[in-house]
Design a protein around this ligand. Structure first.
Ligand code: HEM
Length: 193
């Protein structure tokens, strides 16, 4: 149980969850269309993209190290097909659903030029399902799921994403110039899309 692979796998999982929470916050701020103090729109979009790819790397390391560790008896199938695992199939399956949705969201941005803004927006909004599912997976599947430190990390992730949603929904009420028109993500940073 206490193999270094197992500790590394949990560490990568927690890091990935924090990175994806930051990705959610930056995505919500980009979509709000109002300037973020201290950051240009392009900087927010660029950090959003880089953080999401780093998060994907950490999730890959999370799943890889936990697959190499024999404890959870993970199979390659469990990486993409949910709820068929040997270890806590429901809670672990949520992790697999989160990975599948992450791939849909990232693919939508890599293919954005070909699928158009409307389809991109529909596919990219899968992020709003992916993130809470990953939070539930961590809570229910993790050895530390009910430990104080992980509960604090999960609470900080949930409260900060919640604050960003609140800022997007109600921030315009306080903005001097009133509600902002819906904005498309920056397109001239072609490689961002
Ligand atoms: C976006 C996708 C995912 C995220 C963010 C994520 C994150 C996490 C986190 C934070 C934990 C708790 C670690 C702890 O208690 O210290 C965890 C546990 C676990 N995850 Fe994931 N996970 C994801 C996907 C997956 C997938 C696809 C699998 C399997 C194929 C998986 C297998 C596991 C296992 C076996 C555990 C239990 C490890 C332990 O004892 O803590 N995860 N995950």
């Amino acid at each position: 149980m206490s193999s270094s692979l197992w500790y590394a796998g949990r560490g990568f999982g927690v890091s990935a969850l924090c990175l994806f929470s930051l990705v959610m916050i930056l995505g919500i701020l980009t979509r709000a269309g109002r300037p973020v103090p201290g950051l240009t729109r392009f900087a927010v979009a660029a950090i959003h993209r880089t953080t999401s790819l780093t998060g994907l790397l950490f999730v890959s390391l999370h799943v890889l190290t936990l697959t190499l560790d024999p404890y959870a008896q993970l199979r390659l199938l469990d990486w993409v097909v949910p709820f068929v695992g040997n270890y806590r199939p429901v809670w672990q399956g949520l992790g697999t659903v989160a990975v599948d949705l992450t791939l849909v969201v990232i693919a939508s941005s890599l293919l954005r030029r070909h699928i158009g803004l409307r389809t991109w927006r529909v596919l990219h909004s899968a992020a709003y399902l992916c993130w809470p599912v990953a939070i539930l997976h961590a809570f229910g599947n993790g050895t530390d799921g009910h430990s104080e430190w992980l509960l604090i990390v999960l609470a900080v992730c949930v409260l900060s994403v919640g604050a960003a949603m609140g800022w997007r929904a109600f921030g315009s009420a306080f903005a001097a110039e009133g509600p902002s028109p819906a904005v498309a993500p920056p397109t001239d940073l072609a490689d961002l899309s």
